[in-house]
Design a protein around this ligand. Sequence first.
Ligand code: 5RP
Length: 225
Amino acid sequence: MQQDLAKKAAGEAAAAYIQPGMTIGLGTGSTAYYAIMRIGELVRNGMQLQAVATSAASEELARAQQIPIIPFEQVDSIDLDIDGADEADESLQLIKGGGGALLREKIVAAAAKEMLVIMDASKLVKQLGNFPLPVEIIPFAWELTFRHLEQSGASPVLRRKEGKIFITDNGNYILDCHYGRITAAPELHRQLNDIPGVVENGLFLRYASRLLIGYADGSVRSLSR
Ligand SMILES: O=C(CO)[C@H](O)[C@H](O)COP(=O)(O)O
């Protein structure tokens, strides 16, 4: 409950960074939910903007809030991406993908001029790695990819939901990889994406331009590059 108040504070604070006419990237997860709800209010109060969504769930929520969603072929550039994170350090490196949307989230983050990360204070860490790193893999021969990841030093766990293998919006699987503390994130990022069968990993090392860190009392701390 306290964490929800903190997420709400961070999510709603993102609205202050939105200017009329912007194309916004809508993130995924319970913190992004609050940002999307707030953006819906802005739209219904007359602000002109358009958005792209990082997941089917966020697209559905945005449409229900009357936020105009445009297809990616109509996107020239994204002005501001607003998304959550599972962990962030003070250099603004992130672990994402707890909600399983990391691939689309990374594509949108990479296309955005700015990425605003909204999170409650429990997500700010000294070093990444306590949260298991989500790695999206293709289903074909996934057991081989699993073994490759074990050799990289991880203890991968195939993500399941309600007893069934979790399938991403892209039809892929997720391996949640426990590394302990991640000391050399750029090397790990390269190493993981070199493994055949790996589509993308949840390390977002150079995208975030600002963290909005929410607290249960409603205050928000901003940390930027
Ligand atoms: O990366 C994500 C989804 O793929 C989310 O941003 C991340 O899991 C944080 O979620 P929440 O705001 O629910 O804590």
